[in-house]
Ligand binder design. Structure first.
Ligand SMILES: [Zn+2]
Length: 281
């Protein structure tokens, strides 16, 4: 059978060179321009490997926090990448990683933000809600203190590792460092912005922004937060935050909060100062 559209004739032929040029242009351009204020973000799925995290009470056989932190982190990373942000995850699979190695990675990469994702639990089930933490030596309350103690258990920490309990003066030195002081201040803003976007994505309580001595945040040279997306050992909330629908909604909230941070806090600082107006003294 002969071609119904002979070579060199028909609409396709005229579009050929144009189409080629358009494709070349598309290839040359990045898929999505980087959003304002965010070059690289490190997302940390809490726990992993032998560090199981909190057990779920809604799954039989029992499933653990480490599985869901990874799933939510992957969703957050996907959403941020769609927006043009470069994302590095501290772990891409179920493996051990010390708390110090996680924040060290973010420091080495000079990340703009570090977000560690966790699911909460209590010895006696009952509480619900999501909360976001930034670093402080003193916990906001008893519940925050107990939570930090649980999250700070680090089976793979090595001797001399900063994730092992450190004397208060050493931690004080870290906090006094100027770069880290600014990062610490920005961490509060990051926590507030994440919490604000997380709240509409969960039908459970907004427990607010809090502070606690999380080892995974110590020594951060960038704003770093721990977000606890809900209680895995509460029947209704545990079911929601481990469901595909719940995890997607929560990941969307976390990602939008990070993008807000870039736009509202980081981007205005990187704008060049406006030139002096003629006539200025
Ligand atoms: Zn955890």
């Amino acid at each position: 059978m002969g071609s119904i559209c002979p070579r060199g004739r028909g609409p396709g032929a005229a579009l050929g060179p144009l189409l080629g040029a358009a494709l070349a242009l598309l290839v040359a351009l990045p898929a999505v321009a980087a959003p304002p204020g965010l070059r690289l973000v490190v997302i940390d799925p809490g726990h992993g490997g032998t560090n199981l995290g909190a057990p779920s009470r809604v799954h039989h056989p029992v499933r653990y926090e480490k599985e869901f932190t990874l799933k939510v982190a992957r969703k957050v990373a996907a959403r941020l990448r769609e927006a043009g942000v470069t994302v590095v995850m501290t772990r891409e699979r179920d493996r051990d990683m010390s708390l110090k190695a996680r924040i060290s990675l973010a420091n080495r990469l000079r990340a703009d933000a570090f977000v560690s994702i966790h699911l909460n639990a209590t010895e006696v089930p009952g509480p619900t809600g999501h909360e976001t933490f930034f670093l402080a030596l003193e916990a906001t309350d008893e519940a925050a203190k107990r939570l930090a103690t649980f999250e700070n258990r680090d089976p793979v920490a090595v001797e001399g590792d900063a994730t092992a309990p450190v004397p208060d003066d050493a931690v004080g030195d870290i906090l006094l460092d100027l770069t880290r002081e600014r990062a610490h201040h920005d961490a509060q803003r990051l926590a507030e912005l994440i919490q604000r976007r997380l709240t509409p994505q969960s039908p459970f309580k907004n427990r607010g922004v809090k502070q606690a001595p999380f080892f995974v945040l110590m020594g951060a040279a960038m704003p770093a937060v721990v977000t606890e997306i809900g209680f895995i050992n509460h029947r209704a909330e545990g079911r929601y935050i481990t469901s595909e629908k719940g995890m997607s909604a929560i990941a969307e909230g976390i990602a939008e909060g990070i993008l807000d941070y870039g736009r509202l806090v980081n981007a205005p600082r990187s704008r060049p100062a406006s030139p002096p107006t003629p006539g200025d003294p």
